[in-house]
Design a protein around this ligand. Structure first.
Ligand code: CTP
Length: 416
């Protein structure tokens, strides 16, 4: 069995049973991610579900690091089916009326896939005409309901309203899953080899001031570096993202996001971050090799510059070559990027030797499907012995996941 289940947990005492349900679903072969309401978190901590599923738990629509990756779209589109267990009377009412005022109800509204709801509430709440009408609305809309059953309720009575047992819900999920197309889950797990690894990623260009309004920059969107940072976060790494000026949202779950302007600032940020301890340095930034010899304090006026203008440039520090060796530890794996045209592999290997890198990810921007601004990209992973892996042309977020897999394998000598 494969398939991706988004398990939504709302605030009832039966929330603790959702932990068993998550386990049962995994044992049945489903990939599980969780979303929890504030009330659900009064009964069970998200840390428990995160540990069980190996994935971040969607909780807060607005909280630090949560809204940026637009979880309500990402998790909703990831799922093959949604299970709401337990579903409180309040949540059933919100679902019936399309209210989206927190992470879980917003995710539900954004989920185009089949939905299975396991109500759990006090017997009077269950029998209330409002709840019954809401359940009827959901059924008419194609939502599947399982339970509630009868038994001991938290309020001390024995009656209808008790959430179906996890085994029963699992069976209902399997029945529903048999009727739809299921996809494998390619997300790396938080318990995988990147979990807890300290990763520094640099991304974007650096901007070298000519005057307050002009600058020398490299062309770089930052997409690859941000995708690597996002993939490393999703894989459970502790990620510090050092970014030049780009217009991008930070990936969810970063440990640190250091925004820098020019190459010297990036060099300082890399040195300080390496000093704090680092297992992997992924140097994806397009650092400007030169900067203006002097940056004018006031805007240079074109009439004063004349018809031609010579700009004196001086070399910036080569961060990988001149800064990293004094701050890395022997265990830090250093990965450089090389943008090359022509004999890409030889040029990448020369760069690897010159800068004493463990790996280089090389690419040729003149190749179709790998150019500036292309969303898809092709890379060649090179180590001191030669080519380790050549990727297909893939969208950068997916390519980043493959790159991490290959780097981790190559580090242990299991290459292509
Ligand atoms: N890099 C760096 N410091 C610089 C320039 C580049 O650390 N001042 C890093 C980049 O982040 C990248 C790698 O070095 O990981 C290779 O960058 P690239 O621009 O391809 O190579 P250069 O060293 O600048 O060499 P050349 O311009 O001759 O190709």
């Amino acid at each position: 069995m494969q398939g991706r289940v988004l398990l939504m947990i709302t605030g009832g005492i039966a929330a603790y049973k959702a932990c068993f349900l998550a386990r049962l679903l995994q044992q049945a072969g489903f990939s599980v991610r969780c979303a929890m309401t504030d009330a659900a978190q009064k009964f069970v901590g998200p840390v428990t579900l995160r540990a069980l599923t190996g994935q971040p738990v969607a909780t807060d629509l607005w909280g630090e690091g949560q809204s940026e990756a637009l979880d309500h779209v990402e998790y909703a589109l990831w799922a093959d089916l949604v299970v709401v267990a337990p579903a409180t009377a309040n949540f059933v009412a919100k679902a019936a009326h399309g209210i989206a005022d927190d992470m879980v109800s917003t995710l539900l509204l954004a989920s185009p896939c089949p939905v299975l709801v396991a109500p759990a509430m006090n017997d009077n709440m269950w029998r209330h005409p409002a709840t019954q009408a809401n359940c009827a609305t959901l059924r008419e809309r194609g939502v599947h309901l399982v339970g509630p059953g009868s038994g001991w309720l938290a309020c001390g009575t024995v009656d209808e309203g008790r959430m179906s047992e996890p085994e029963e819900i699992l069976q209902a999920v399997k029945d529903l899953a048999a009727t739809i197309e299921l996809r494998p889950d390619e997300t790396p797990s938080l318990s995988g080899p990147w979990a807890g690894r300290r990763v520094i990623v640099t991304a974007g260009p650096t901007q070298e001031a000519i005057d307050p309004v002009r600058a020398v920059v490299n062309r770089s969107s930052g997409a690859m570096g941000y995708a690597l940072a996002a993939a490393a976060c999703a894989a459970g790494a502790e990620v510090t993202l050092i970014s030049g000026p780009v217009d991008r949202l930070a990936p969810r779950g970063l440990k640190q996001h250091l925004k820098v302007g020019n190459a010297q600032e990036m060099a300082e940020a890399v040195a300080a971050s390496l000093d704090g301890g680092c297992d992997w340095l992924l140097m994806a930034a397009a650092v400007a090799d030169f900067r203006p010899a002097t940056a004018a304090d006031a805007k240079l006026k074109k009439n004063e510059l004349g018809e031609t203008w010579r700009l004196d440039l001086v070399r910036n520090p080569d961060i990988l070559k001149e800064i990293v060796p004094d701050h890395r530890s022997d265990d830090t794996v250093v990965v450089g990027f090389a943008l090359e045209t022509g004999d890409v592999v030889n040029a990448a290997q020369a760069k690897l030797q010159e800068k004493k890198l463990d790996f280089v990810l090389a690419n040729d921007p003149t190749q179709a499907g790998s150019g500036f601004g292309d969303t898809a990209h092709q890379v060649t992973l090179v180590d001191p012995d030669g080519v380790v892996w050549e990727s297909e042309s893939l969208p950068k977020p997916l390519l980043a996941v493959h790159i991490l897999d290959r780097l981790e394998a190559a580090r242990h000598g299991a290459g292509a």
